[in-house]
Design a binder for this molecule. Structure first.
Ligand code: NZQ
Ligand code: ZN
Length: 386
């Protein structure tokens, strides 16, 4: 196992009816900027629950943070927060709202130039600099509610980048599975697949004898496989949604990634597909991951064989076993109504390959646990997605 430090300071308040506990954990005498998305929280009652719980607080609102939060929208929220001199940010929504709120929390007190520098130039956000952030999660998928990462898009330049800081962990996050009941099926599907891919990014590399992390990762994969279909039932199923929510948080709260190598090339290629073609985040991952794993099967052979055996109960060895495991993974995605090829979206794999290759070459970018997925390899992987 590799050396590591583990830091996960977010308090999780989990369960049915927990939004009302906001007033227990909000610091007193602070004015709050409530950030939310396109209005789902007003239609499903979450907004009312939040305001009821915050009746003793001065609350300013900023709505309209879009999926794949746009930098230009977030600068408006930063301006509002500065004007009202708010002391805390409360994000109520999915990963996009939470990620956007992280930039708002860091951007309001930011004294440097443009807050975009935090995202693209990776200007460090230090402990104590950002405003404190809390979240009420309405879409289990990204893990943003319990990590220090934020992914921001800039439509004006067709860019999308992740940035992270230990200072950006939410102080607390409320996870009420009933807040997910209003999700459309496509978003539940996105959540299942995003969480699944987060685990694979940290699991499907090479073995370092980290037995506990392997078992924890496999446990999340198995849980997602077990509850995937039940989560998609039109009649909300509390047990399935609760397990989905906690699995998604654990898939990216950094625990399973400690002491092990991680890949993340699927995410980096996927971000380009979202920026270029507008695919939802999870859609972009599902058209990359199976092909990337096939492309890299030699270097990842030990873990992919372990995946096929332990997660799918398959036997055999070598390439046949690996490919059978990956076929099962694709079948699982398909059963959850998630396509796995670019052509399923009428996107030409050759076009995507050339565009991503150019972008990676411009940035001299390479990813993967061996840093061996550069422009050429990314293009070859995308060409396989036909
Ligand atoms: O905007 P509203 O009206 O709230 O509607 C949203 C949005 O349209 C809707 N929604 C959310 N909760 C709902 C609901 N609709 C009905 N009922 C509810 N309870 O769902 C739509 C999608 O929301 P979004 O927040 O965009 O989805 P998700 O949570 O999948 O977040 C995706 C973003 O997170 C980033 C992605 O790149 C993408 O920008 N990621 C963040 C990560 C992180 N911070 O660690 C890691 C991930 O890999 C990912 O990159
Ligand atoms: Zn993701």
């Amino acid at each position: 196992m590799e050396n590591f430090e583990f830091y996960a300071p977010t308090r999780i308040i989990f369960g049915d009816g927990t939004i009302s506990k906001l007033n227990k954990y909000m610091p007193p005498d602070v004015s709050v900027l409530l950030c939310y998305g396109g209005g789902s929280i007003k239609r499903n009652g979450v907004y009312d629950q939040v305001l009821d719980a915050l009746s003793d607080w001065k609350v300013y609102e900023f709505g309209g943070i879009e999926p794949n939060p746009d930098y230009d929208t977030l600068t408006e929220a930063i301006d509002l927060g500065r004007e009202k001199n708010v002391g805390m940010i409360l994000a109520v929504g999915g990963g996009s709202v939470i990620d956007g709120a992280k930039l708002v929390a860091a951007g309001i007190p930011y004294q440097g130039g443009e807050p975009w520098d935090i995202v693209k130039e990776k200007v460090k956000v230090k402990m104590g600099e950002p405003l404190p952030l809390a979240t009420v999660l309405t879409l289990p998928a990204t893990g943003s509610e319990m990590n220090g990462t934020s992914v921001i898009s800039r439509r004006a330049t067709q860019e999308k980048f992740a940035w992270r800081s230990e200072a950006m962990f939410p102080v607390f996050s409320i996870l009420d599975p009933t807040a997910t009941y209003s999700l459309p099926e496509s978003q539940v599907r996105n959540g299942i697949v995003d969480a699944y891919v987060h685990v694979m990014e940290q699991y499907a590399t090479y073995p370092v004898g980290a037995r506990l992390q392997d078992r924890q990762a496999e446990g999340i994969l198995l849980t997602l496989q077990e509850i995937g279909r039940a989560s998609l039932d039109t009649q909300p199923n509390y047990k399935a949604r609760a397990n989905l929510m906690w699995s998604a948080t654990n898939a990216l709260n950094s625990l399973i990634g400690k002491g092990v190598p991680s890949d993340w090339a699927t995410h980096m290629i996927g971000h380009e597909l979202t920026a270029l073609y507008g695919l939802a985040h999870a859609e972009s991952l599902a058209v990359v991951l199976p092909h990337l794993l096939k492309y890299q099967q030699a270097g990842k052979a030990d873990k992919l064989e372990q995946y096929a055996r332990r997660v799918w109960g398959l036997s055999g060895e070598g390439e046949n076993l690996i490919l059978a495991g990956l076929d099962n993974m694709c079948e699982f995605f398909h059963q959850n109504d998630m396509p796995t090829r670019l052509v399923d979206y009428d996107i030409d794999p050759d076009d995507a390959a050339e565009k991503v290759k150019t972008r990676f070459a411009e940035r001299d970018a390479s990813f993967g646990e061996h840093n061996d997925i550069g422009p050429v390899q990314a293009a070859e992987i995308l060409r396989m997605s036909r």
